[in-house]
Design a binder for this molecule. Structure first.
Ligand SMILES: Nc1ncnc2c1ncn2[C@@H]1O[C@H](COP(=O)(O)OP(=O)(O)OP(=O)(O)O)[C@@H](O)[C@H]1O
Ligand SMILES: [Mg+2]
Length: 315
């Protein structure tokens, strides 16, 4: 509801009472404008507060879960490596026994061994065990990555350093890292402006760029799409901005308010955890910056990161 709609009919600005002077009407209009603007700012601030509260509580939860899962995952992962080695040894031993079995052909022991081998379907086991091991390893690796994401998400990064950094270099190295996700789906167009070095946590900002670039690549629906990276400065506010645009499927209106929520994803299981944008939002907020999105379903999406050149101002 707009401010004007909320006014009682007698004070409605659009249809001034006949006894109001021109000056009073003008003043009322000005006041209306100022109030609508204030109203807009208030609801924007409210949205941001809700978002940061959500992030704070999910952050605590994530930190707890990540901590609890991290230890068992650690030893499962390391035991797995040892198990693989042991299995290799066992298979070697088995090959030795099989050779020996051939030499014992015709004896009762050989017949017993053959019966046993057939009962347990040894040939099938030998084929299936490596497949099972590989699948399990992939699963554990995926869980470890999710736990790492959760830790990153909840972390107040003590050992990260604030430094003056060239964001274009960061984006370029990030592009190299995600090249595999992008190159088969889209061409990358760089429209870099001239950027000053920015006081920031470079590896965290790179994580933001990575999320945005991978999301852009995943959004491409055509055989081949384009991802455009633009950058520029706003000299007045001493801020720089980076945009990642894609000409993919876009984001339906009803999802727009939810994409920054932790665990919101439209991707199939295994493809996305839904943490990328909420992580990115937290990182940009830590820089006292802004993460905005514009999207046209069917045409594409643009994410814009804006951060202050001089880092977060003391608050
Ligand atoms: N460029 C984009 N175009 C279309 N939809 C997008 C785009 N970026 C994000 N989205 C939508 O927002 C959702 C949330 O994105 P987010 O990066 O947080 O999680 P994810 O990519 O699904 O999983 P993760 O990043 O954790 O692997 C996505 O699942 C997708 O629906
Ligand atoms: Mg993502």
């Amino acid at each position: 509801m707009t401010f004007a709609e909320r006014l009682p009919a007698s004070t409605a600005v659009a249809a001034p009472a006949p006894d109001l002077t021109q000056d009073q009407v003008r003043e009322l209009r000005l006041a209306h404008g100022a109030l609508s603007e204030a109203n807009g700012k208030l609801s924007e601030a409210q949205d941001k507060l809700v978002q940061s509260e959500k992030l704070a509580s999910i952050g605590q939860l994530a930190a707890g879960v990540a901590h609890e899962i991290n230890n068992p995952i650690g030893y499962i992962f390391s035991n797995f490596g040892t198990l693989e080695r042991y299995l290799g040894d066992l298979f070697e031993m088995l090959a030795g026994y099989e050779a020996a079995e051939e030499e014992m052909a015709g004896t009762p022991s050989a017949a017993k061994l053959k019966a046993l081998r057939e009962r347990i379907e040894l040939d099938f086991l030998k084929e299936d065990i490596p497949t099972l091991m590989a699948e399990s390893k992939e699963g554990i690796t995926r869980v470890r990555k999710i736990v790492q994401d959760l830790k990153d998400f909840s972390r107040v990064d003590a050992h990260q350093e604030w430094v003056w950094s060239n964001l274009h270099q960061g984006i370029d190295s990030t592009l190299n890292m995600v090249n595999n996700e992008i190159r088969y789906r889209a061409d990358v167009v760089k429209e870099y402006g001239v950027l000053p070095d920015v006081y920031c946590l470079p590896s965290e900002l790179n994580q933001v760029f990575m999320n945005l670039l991978v999301n852009a690549a995943h959004a491409i629906t055509a055989v081949r799409g384009a991802i455009t990276i633009r950058s520029g400065t706003d000299a007045v506010s001493e801020r720089v901005w980076i945009e990642v645009s894609d000409n993919g499927g876009g984001i339906p209106k009803e999802n727009l308010a939810r994409i920054f929520d932790p665990f919101f994803t439209t991707k199939p299981v295994g493809k996305g955890t839904g943490l990328g944008l909420s992580l990115s939002y937290g990182i940009v907020r830590k820089h006292h910056g802004q993460l905005d999105v514009r999207s046209e379903p069917g045409l594409g999406t643009t994410f814009r990161v804006t951060v202050p050149v001089n880092g977060p101002s003391p608050s």
